[in-house]
Design a protein around this ligand. Structure first.
Ligand code: SAH
Length: 228
């Protein structure tokens, strides 16, 4: 069967949605989008059973798909209405991209690992998504040729908020990003660009993300040294 005709497993999806609803803090539009997306299509077949657990799972290249509750939380913070141009840093397996695609006008999504990007793009096309534009590269530099963005979401954690992303955010726009150390929990930060010179910042909980590796993130050389 073609991927676009596959429906989420009803029993497992109901259990996941009951759990997410019990948290009582996510945007209902985000929950409806999540409820329609078969998460197992983003994971190897051997993980189909765990696909609806509220867990992050390996997707290759030492990276992980985010927990559904974290996807629900971060996407809710973006306050999407459907008209926005969104920049996503960290395509990964494309799951977060699929949620965004259902809730905004177009997603521009950057991934530094070519192998992950190629697989995610093929999968999203097979599932019928058309309103996204992928790029392989360093997302800490943003995507100057497509800026400004109404929303920016970063799904990897850096030591600070990359300046390029703040400058590519439209006035009135929202940026959601985990910030903090690699080896401990990070703070989820929401930044609203009130005007060209005014940002308002709020902390929206603790999260645990893979490192944001790039020029305005964790330097590749530092990361290699730490892993050695
Ligand atoms: N949203 C993804 C989560 C993937 S994990 C999903 O739903 O699957 C975070 C991803 O960010 C990884 O794939 C990692 O390779 C990528 N990443 C890390 N630093 C990056 C950077 N500077 N630019 C682009 N992608 C980056």
């Amino acid at each position: 069967m073609h991927l676009r005709h596959i429906q989420p497993n009803p029993t497992r999806m109901k259990r996941l949605m009951d759990l997410l609803r019990s948290h009582g803090k996510y945007d209902e539009r985000v929950l409806s989008a999540i409820s329609t997306i078969p998460r197992e299509l983003f994971l190897p077949k051997s993980m189909s059973t765990e696909a609806y657990d509220d867990a992050c799972l390996p997707i290759g290249e030492l990276q992980t798909i985010s927990m559904p509750s974290v996807v629900a939380h971060m996407t809710s913070l973006l306050e999407l209405k459907g008209t926005e141009k969104v920049l996503e840093i960290g395509t990964g397996c494309g799951y977060q991209t699929s949620v965004l695609s259902k809730l905004c006008k177009r997603v521009f999504t950057i991934e530094r690992h070519k192998s992950l990007s190629v697989t995610a793009v093929q999968r999203l096309h097979d599932m019928g998504y058309t309103n996204f534009t992928p790029l392989v590269g360093d997302g800490t530099l943003g995507w100057p040729g497509q800026a400004p963005f109404d929303r920016i979401i970063v799904t990897a954690a850096g030591p600070w908020v990359p300046e390029a992303l703040v400058s590519q955010l439209a006035v009135g726009g929202i940026l959601v990003i985990p910030v903090g150390p690699q080896d401990a929990m990070q703070k989820l930060v929401k930044i609203v660009k009130e005007s060209d010179s005014t940002l308002s910042e709020s902390f929206c909980g603790s999260v645990s993300f893979v490192p944001l590796v790039g020029e305005q993130g964790i330097k590749e050389s530092v990361r290699d040294y730490r892993r050695a």
